[in-house]
Design a protein around this ligand. Structure first.
Ligand code: GLC
Length: 474
């Protein structure tokens, strides 16, 4: 009989085995450990977003060196004024801008020497832009600083410059009217066409956390020129998300009776959402005293799907207000079988099917209903769930989620082999095309267990409520 301790030990062994070395130095973890006879695609790379739970796991064991190595190496891969020509020379026509960080990197050998080769999206399936990489990098840098007490790393001139470039890239003035960050399709964990272009919630929550982290980590000479702009953007973003992304039964009622074609400053239906666009499942599915943030918002477009990472991260970084955070946890508790099911937890709910699947995914067979990004269950979301539960004082929900995962793994560990995702309405089946020994699956388990045991570690990744001061233009 396998025990929880044995599970955790195995997770640690597999995490060790996933370490990617550059020469003698550990610099990251591969996305999935290779399995004989299984095509690896780019899962042998270290992805910036995938490394976050690995990094947090190492920090719980006082192994900050792996994390600082990762941060140093990935900072060198950020496109800057000095390396841009060289990086572009290796690309076939792609021209990503200054400040961008790669989606992933691998270690290759050239003339017997190890070399790091990054992918900025120019090789990735669908040529997607990794917008979230630089956001996660900064969030992890802050977690490292908090966990180790070492602020020297973040204060190094190269790091201060790197943060500045991230801010410049994110805050650059473009055509948009909203305070949200406008991004192309597949710019984050969902890195395929899934109708997640525009202003997806996950990017907004990560952007918000990044602005908070930057304001914390910048030294005065770097901070003074951008501080006011950061504060204004944080305030505008917070108000915008809390007011306009929020969905509960009251809001659905309001939208149901919206007038359209309103012109001018003082209008109620600012984004001209047509009541007919509210899917019928929303009012039937939503319980009272519960709510969530919409997946996306644009002109005439509100994406009513529930996206787990964006909602949980909004709680963790206090982008939602206290009541909203509680209501999201209420939703998860009351819709447990839909959102957690047999494996925490669903990446988004509900899945798109039939004609909608054709339009939204472009007929993507990997993203058929209740699979992969289209309503699959992803164990990596467990750590976000536990962190959000702790942040809201709902620890028992986090505990319950861990027990769900453990129940499955204690019984099926050797068959399941730590898969990337699960399929089905309740997440009962190992994902059709899921990789095995997926690093962030087992790292998330380690982090979730550690958060239960050491709740003080939550502060590495969470943020206090940001208080808006002064006049805000919204
Ligand atoms: C898939 C996921 C992406 C992840 C990558 C490596 O492409 O969608 O979020 O980073 O696999 O695990």
């Amino acid at each position: 009989m396998v025990t929880e301790d044995a599970l955790l030990n195995e997770a640690w062994e597999r995490l060790e085995a996933s370490i990617l070395k550059y020469g003698e130095e550990p610099v990251g973890t591969v996305a999935a450990t290779p399995e004989a006879g299984v095509k690896q695609y780019n899962y042998g790379h270290c992805f910036i977003r995938d490394f976050v739970p690995s990094g947090l796991a190492f920090l719980t064991k006082g192994r900050g060196k792996v994390v600082s190595n990762f941060l140093i190496q990935t900072l060198k891969l950020q496109i800057n004024h000095n390396n841009i020509e060289e990086i572009r020379a290796h690309m076939d026509g792609a021209r990503p801008g200054i400040g961008l960080m790669p989606a992933s990197f691998e270690v290759e050998e050239e003339n017997g020497e190890p070399v790091i080769r990054a992918d900025y999206g120019e090789r990735a399936i669908g040529r997607v832009t990794p917008v979230d990489s630089c956001l996660w990098w900064l969030i992890l840098l802050r977690a490292y600083t908090k966990a180790t007490g070492d602020s020297n790393l973040a204060h190094e001139p190269e790091f201060q410059e790197g943060i500045k470039l991230i801010l410049e890239l994110c805050l650059v003035k473009r055509f948009d009217m909203y305070p949200t960050l406008l991004v192309p399709d597949g710019a984050f964990m969902i890195d395929r066409r899934m109708g997640v272009f525009g202003r997806p919630l996950e990017i907004q929550a990560l952007f918000y956390a990044t602005l908070l982290a930057a304001d914390e980590l910048l030294l005065p000479e770097y901070k003074i020129p951008v501080h006011d702009e950061i504060q204004q953007r944080l305030a505008r973003l917070k108000i915008h998300i809390q007011q306009h992304y929020w969905i509960d039964l009251d809001r659905v009622n309001e939208i149901h009776r919206y007038e359209n074609e309103e012109f001018g400053e003082e209008v109620v239906n600012k984004f001209n959402i047509y009541p007919d666009s509210v899917p019928t499942w929303v009012a039937e599915w939503l319980p009272k005293q519960a709510g969530y943030l919409a997946g996306n918002l644009g002109p005439g477009w509100m994406d009513f799907r529930f996206f787990a990472l964006g909602n949980l991260m909004s709680i963790i970084c206090s982008l939602t207000d206290t009541q909203q955070s509680q209501d999201i946890m209420n939703l998860i508790a009351r819709k447990w079988s839909d959102l957690v099911g047999d494996m925490p937890m669903k990446i988004c709910f509900p899945a798109v099917e039939d004609k909608e699947w054709q339009w939204v995914t472009g007929c993507d067979p990997k993203n058929i209903r209740w699979s992969y990004h289209n309503g699959g269950n992803w164990p990596v979301l467990l750590w976000f769930m536990v962190a959000a539960a702790q942040k809201t004082g709902r620890t028992s929900l986090g505990d319950r989620a861990i027990k769900v995962a453990e129940k499955r793994w204690l019984e099926y560990k050797d068959k399941d082999k730590w898969p990337e995702y699960y399929d089905g309405k309740k997440g009962t089946l190992v994902g059709k095309k899921a990789m095995r020994y997926q690093t962030w699956t087992l790292a998330a388990y380690i982090v979730a267990k550690d958060l239960m045991e050491n709740p003080q570690h939550l502060e590495w990744i969470s943020f206090e409520d940001f208080e808006i001061s002064g006049k805000v233009e919204v």
